[in-house]
Design a protein around this ligand. Structure first.
Ligand code: BG6
Length: 480
């Protein structure tokens, strides 16, 4: 008999599925969030028995959950798991899936290379699986540029209507990213200051200490601009810069995000030299000790792929005219740190002649810890006989301390639940992805037209020196 509800994961034996997707589903199940009748199916070309597949999922869930791993929860979860071995491109291999699923409600989660998105959608349709109760979730990056994205999107659209396509950007599932909306729109005092009058610059950084790990061949054909800037960084920028949405329904929020993307000033021609920096790490030191350079990770093969990008972006609208948004991401940087820094302007006139007043700064840290901090000027306690003494001090909100008992979730947990419930607010709409690609394509085109190759940086440092010049040119510097 066909199952009533299911999640089917394509690319089920890949890194993402084993490290993130199955453990997320395990946690949701352990906390009682999954419908009792939900089946979870892994689909992959790997020759594996169902028992071996379940054993692989168990070991990754156990590793992730560590001491929270519970045998009874695992038993319940394991009973949901099925494995279908199949070739993504072979229509006939979808028949066993159709047998298991019937016409039940299903989320097809594509954790594969985007090259397969179109063919999977076609095969699902041919197998009768793209029915009105089926949704398809796809991982970024969708394509390599706007043209390939449109080809994939058109193929998807032949099988699934827009309201059944869930484009995943796992950053949107992160607690602190969600909190950005709460912070901006559930408090009164930010909004009147949230504009060019009070804000001097915004910096958004996604810094990683890891290298490209086992993903060299994927990474080498994408690079940091497509891997992180096109999606995660631009999504964060949208949430910081968007106008207040009319409501929290998916389209109201996404309408505002797409307006930001369309207002991004195109970086083309000689602007790519002044407004962007590309880098590639060479051997050096990171938290793990001595680490090889990017090319050495693949046997020394030379490559022009960037592992670091910094961009000075501008949003041409009334709210943000003239405010630079500095975006930066890289592998093998000195620390793991994802943060948004909103730098306010200096006071218009200082009545403290002996002090350099430090302008207020709001830091929203997503990783490694979730923290919000507002730097304010304070008086130092003293008798002040030689004049008042001041010191910048942070007003700190540590979310991990405030919510000590709350487990830090994997971003995918929330995304799965929303997709299962048919709520699209955390997923990206087609016009958003296309607007993002359009902006990215201009940069890529500028790089190739001007033959801009990645500048080397030593692993464990903050990227090439040009990244410092990028902000210093405007009298700004990066906040680390
Ligand atoms: C992924 C990128 O989308 O995001 C990776 O493909 C990157 O290269 C990762 O490491 C970063 O995500 P997080 O959640 O660890 O910041």
């Amino acid at each position: 008999m066909a199952d009533k509800k299911a999640v089917a994961i394509f690319g089920a034996t890949g890194d993402l599925a084993l490290k993130m997707l199955f453990p997320s589903l395990y946690f949701l199940d352990a906390e009682g969030h999954l419908p009792a009748e939900l089946a979870i199916i892994g689909f992959s070309h790997t020759e594996l028995s169902e028992a071996d597949f379940i054993a692989q999922v168990r070991s990754s869930a156990a590793e992730r959950a560590s001491e929270e791993f519970a045998e009874d929860a695992w038993k319940r979860f394991a009973a949901r798991l099925r494995y279908v071995k199949g070739d993504l491109e072979a229509a006939k291999d979808y028949a066993p899936l159709a047998q298991i699923l019937g016409a039940g409600e299903c989320v097809f989660y594509l954790s594969t290379s985007p090259d397969y998105f179109g063919v999977i959608a076609r095969n699902l349709k041919a197998a009768g699986l793209a029915h009105k109760d089926a949704r398809i979730a796809i991982e970024k990056p969708i394509g390599h540029d706007l043209a390939s994205c449109c080809r994939i999107e058109n193929a998807l659209a032949e099988a699934f209507s827009e309201d059944r396509i869930y484009r995943v950007d796992h950053y949107l599932g992160k607690e602190t990213v969600q909190n950005l909306i709460a912070l901006r729109f559930a408090n009164t005092f930010f909004e009147p200051l949230w504009n060019k009058v009070s804000i001097e610059q915004v910096q958004i950084t996604v810094a990683e200490t890891i290298g490209v790990e086992r993903r060299w061949s994927y990474y080498n054909s994408y690079g940091a601009l497509r891997d992180v800037v096109q999606n995660h960084l631009l999504q964060l920028l949208c949430l910081v810069a968007m106008e207040p949405p009319a409501s929290l329904d998916p389209d109201s929020v996404r309408d505002e995000k797409v307006k930001v993307l369309r207002s991004l000033r195109r970086i083309a021609g000689s602007d790519v030299e002044r407004q962007t920096v590309r880098g590639q790490y060479r051997k050096g030191f990171s938290g793990e000790g001595r680490v090889p350079g990017y090319s050495e990770e693949n046997g020394g093969a030379a490559s022009d792929t960037e592992t670091f990008v910094a961009v000075a972006a501008h949003i041409d609208n009334w709210r943000w005219a003239g405010v630079p948004f500095y975006l930066r991401t890289g592998k093998r940087l000195p620390v793991r740190n994802t943060q948004i820094v909103v730098q306010f302007r200096a006071v218009p006139h200082s009545i403290f002649p002996h002090h350099d007043l430090i302008a207020n700064r709001l830091t929203i840290r997503l990783q490694p810890e979730e923290e919000i901090s507002l730097q304010l000027m304070n008086k130092t306690p003293s008798l002040d006989r030689g004049g008042m003494r001041l010191k910048p001090l942070p007003l700190d909100l540590s979310l991990s301390d405030a919510f000590k008992r709350v487990r830090r979730r994997i971003a995918y947990e929330r995304l799965f639940l929303e997709a299962l419930e048919g709520n699209r607010i955390l997923f990206v709409r087609r016009d958003e992805v296309e607007a993002a690609w359009k902006w990215i394509d201009a940069i890529v085109h500028g790089w190739s037209e001007r033959d801009i190759k990645p500048a080397p940086y030593t692993a464990g440092t903050w990227g090439p020196s040009a990244a410092f010049a990028l902000t210093e040119r405007n009298g700004h510097s990066w906040y680390e």
